[in-house]
Design a protein around this ligand. Sequence first.
Ligand SMILES: *Cc1c(COP(=O)(O)O)cnc(C)c1O
Length: 403
Amino acid sequence: MTLRPETIAVHAGRTDFAALGVHAAPIDLSSTNPLPDIEHGGDSYESMATGGHPLAGGGNVYARLWNPTVARFEEALAELEHADAAVAFGSGMAALTAAILSHTTAVGKPHIVAVRPLYGGTDHLLDSGLLGAETTFCAPGEVAASIRPETGLVVLETPANPTLDLVDIAEVVAQAGVVPVLVDNTFATPLLQNPLDLGAAMSMHSATKYIGGHGDVIAGVIACSEQTAEALRRVRAITGALLHPLGAYLLHRGLATLPIRLERQQATAQTIAEWLSTQDGVLEVFYPGMRDGERALLARQMRGSGAMIAVRLRGGFEAASALTSGVELFTHAVSLGGVDSLIQHPAALTHRPVAAEARPGADIVRLSIGLEHPDDLIDDLTQALHKAAAAAATSVAGTTAAR
Ligand SMILES: *Cc1c(COP(=O)(O)O)cnc(C)c1O
């Protein structure tokens, strides 16, 4: 039976429940596991330390190598991403670190090509050279020209943080040739976009965001082939970048409501994006599909625009500052994808470590739309935009007076 994503989200990763006699996912908190005998335990250890699964009769040995609660979440996420496997980590950044290590220094290819814009933390990690690989940042059309013999990985994000730029995944994959492409799929979720179907080797998520959906777990996950999963699990076992089973339990539980959460959040975001584009204090609204030129790409690679919006404000930084401080229902906070709406200033916060030439403008704020009633969110933005306009007017008056 071919199941639809809404059904998979509810049922995946639960195949062993009936045999266990449970209806909710058991949380296995064991750090170590009793060994049957030295030979079987040792063989299982060897299998997992090199990236494989526990062997029958050998057990899970040690929780840095394998945890059943985490494995169930991984199985479910893989199914939603049309992937053979998924590997979960203690954060999105830990997931990206494992992808970089396993594809660059571990295989003697210490060069990365990365398409900007990216999440600030991703940009920072790539730019730092901390993991022993050098990164060439480029525009989507410059990927082929940036590839070298020692390029081990191409990194892109779409929709990209914070201005929701869309990048043509299949087109970048074609330019990358034999070099594996990692797509940060955090903003789209597996419900709106499946990068592996478009030729990407890895679909990465900061599971902290939509997948968890309730702002109470930090986690990362990568969906990929079984062969790539082995390389990632090997790095995870060696470096210890684990997802705790309590986090995995919450993420697995969160998956069941992801389709319905996202559907509502997206509908509200669409309403708010359209309303924002009629507001005096707003110069530009960034929301996938609002720009004429990207509608064909949106239709080709996504099943919806998602629930993230960015706006450029007429009043510049002063307006951004007054808006983020002036909201009463939105929470002024970084992160995204949860049940409650958030607003933040990328240039000062999430994208602070990005090189000046690639940093978003000081007049841009980013909104993550939650599950509140759209009219209440619009009321809050209305009053906060008034404060922003007043602050910008005072600042202009002050500047004029000082001249
Ligand atoms: C938050 C985020 C990350 C980093 O994930 P953490 O879970 O915070 O480590 C990576 N990419 C995107 C697009 C993000 O929003």
